[in-house]
Design a protein around this ligand. Structure first.
Ligand code: NAD
Ligand code: DAU
Length: 362
């Protein structure tokens, strides 16, 4: 039975990935989820699978090399899928240091532990061991023209402390591939959306604010462009890279689904409005009057657009979920899980929101 060590499995994409893998492979695989449970980690996301015999949760910090080495010593790990990171750009602008610690040092600890466990006396690695580093399209910087795309060969040009820390971690993984022929892949994905996303990110924030009758803060002119991919398609892509991709290679993942932020906001307002029942008092409040333009994000990247051509060609991956369907599923999920939203937005989230948004003027 193959054992997967998933870091950051209690976060948004990690928990969706674990669900995807257990649904796809059933009892054929074993999953060890290693997560520190920061504000972004939530075991509620995994409630329905927590009692499975082939799933284990270990609370640990990826920067704690002793603990991480111990996990490798105690378990024969076949695959590492490394999601754990500080992931929110706005937080990286107000508090950059934790991004360097978790994203750079944490990745270095994971690489060292896997290398130690998998390296043989002659310097080659045990058969069929693979490490996948989950990264972002933000490492490539920002595009201006609508006909330009990020390719695997595009030079790195990160702008935020978040993207700089992810770029550094990518470079570390690359250095292990180049120096040791360490059995790794790097994937760079565009913006994900779907169930279990923490409402500091645009889409769940719009949904939550709209339902609460709160203003929807739009940074700058609202015309920044992101390429949105349904999270399950990202999970599928990661699995396909490990199963069908070429070892040591880097793959860009994206849905060719570019939209301006303001378009996303209009789509969500309309979807929410249509989905709420006639007798729901919130229905009439959900309209464009909630939109408010606020101070722009510092160093705000204008446009991300990624080419997934290599991924399609070498692994056969294509996204399954069209944006119209993905947004419908996402809005429905949040409407069906209002307790989940209530739990994650009580307490510390209120302080975060006040600190982050009070500083922005209309
Ligand atoms: P998230 O913030 O929702 O989850 C991060 C998880 O990592 C949380 O469970 C958190 O508790 C855990 N974590 C943080 N620091 C840790 C530490 N020191 N030790 C152990 N666990 C720790 O993030 P996400 O949106 O799910 O992103 C996951 C990964 O995918 C990140 O590496 C991110 O850079 C990358 N990525 C995200 C997107 C996106 O749109 N969200 C797109 C491309 C790539
Ligand atoms: O591109 C991949 C990246 O996508 C990931 O690497 C990051 O982990 C993930 O957080 C995401 O980064 P973004 O900065 O693109 O996502 P965010 O949801 O924070 O913002 C999306 C866009 O919406 C961006 O242009 C900023 C804007 N925005 C965001 C928030 C939270 C607003 O206008 N208002 C807001 O309140």
């Amino acid at each position: 039975m193959r054992t997967y060590l998933v870091t950051g499995g209690a976060g948004f994409i990690g928990s969706n990935y674990i669900h995807y893998m257990l649904k796809k492979y059933g009892d054929e695989i074993r999953v060890i989820n290693v997560d520190k449970l920061t504000y972004a980690g939530n075991l509620e996301n995994l409630k329905d699978i927590e009692k499975r015999e082939n799933y284990v949760f270990i609370q640990a910090d990826i920067c704690d090399s002793e603990k991480i080495n111990h996990i490798f010593e105690e378990n024969e790990i076949d695959r590492v899928v490394h999601f754990a990171a500080e992931s929110h750009v706005d937080r990286s602008i107000t508090d950059p240091e934790i991004f360097v610690k978790t994203n750079v040092l944490g990745t270095s600890v994971m690489l060292n532990a896997a290398k130690k466990a998998w390296e043989q006396p002659d310097g080659t690695f045990k058969k069929d061991k693979k490490f996948l580093h989950v990264s972002t399209d933000e490492v490539y910087g920002s595009l201006e023209n609508s006909d330009e795309f990020f390719y695997e060969t595009t030079p790195y040009d990160p702008h935020s402390p978040y993207s700089a820390s992810k770029a550094s971690s990518d470079m570390l993984v690359k250095s292990y591939i180049d120096t040791y022929r360490f059995p790794a892949n790097i994937t760079n994905c565009s913006n994900n959306y779907g169930p279990y996303q923490f409402p500091e990110k645009l889409i769940p924030l719009i949904i939550n604010n709209s339902l609460q009758g709160k203003k929807i803060p739009v940074y700058g002119d609202g015309k920044n462009v992101r390429d949105w991919l349904y999270v399950e398609d990202h999970a599928k892509a990661i699995d396909m890279v490990q199963e069908k991709g070429k070892l040591f290679e880097k793959y860009n993942i994206g849905g060719h689904n570019e939209k301006q932020n303001i378009e996303i906001i209009h789509i969500i307002l309309e979807t929410l409005h249509n989905m709420l029942p006639e007798d729901d008092a919130r229905k009439s409040r959900i309209n464009e009057s909630l939109i408010t333009y606020v101070t722009d994000r510092k160093g705000h990247d204008r446009r991300y657009a990624i080419s997934p051509d290599k991924m399609k060609k070498e692994t056969g991956w294509v996204p399954d979920t069209m944006f119209s369907e993905g947004i419908r599923l996402t809005v429905k999920w949040y409407l069906d899980h209002q307790d989940w939203m209530k739990n994650v937005t009580s307490g510390e989230y209120q302080n975060y929101y006040k600190k982050m948004y009070d500083a922005k003027t209309e």
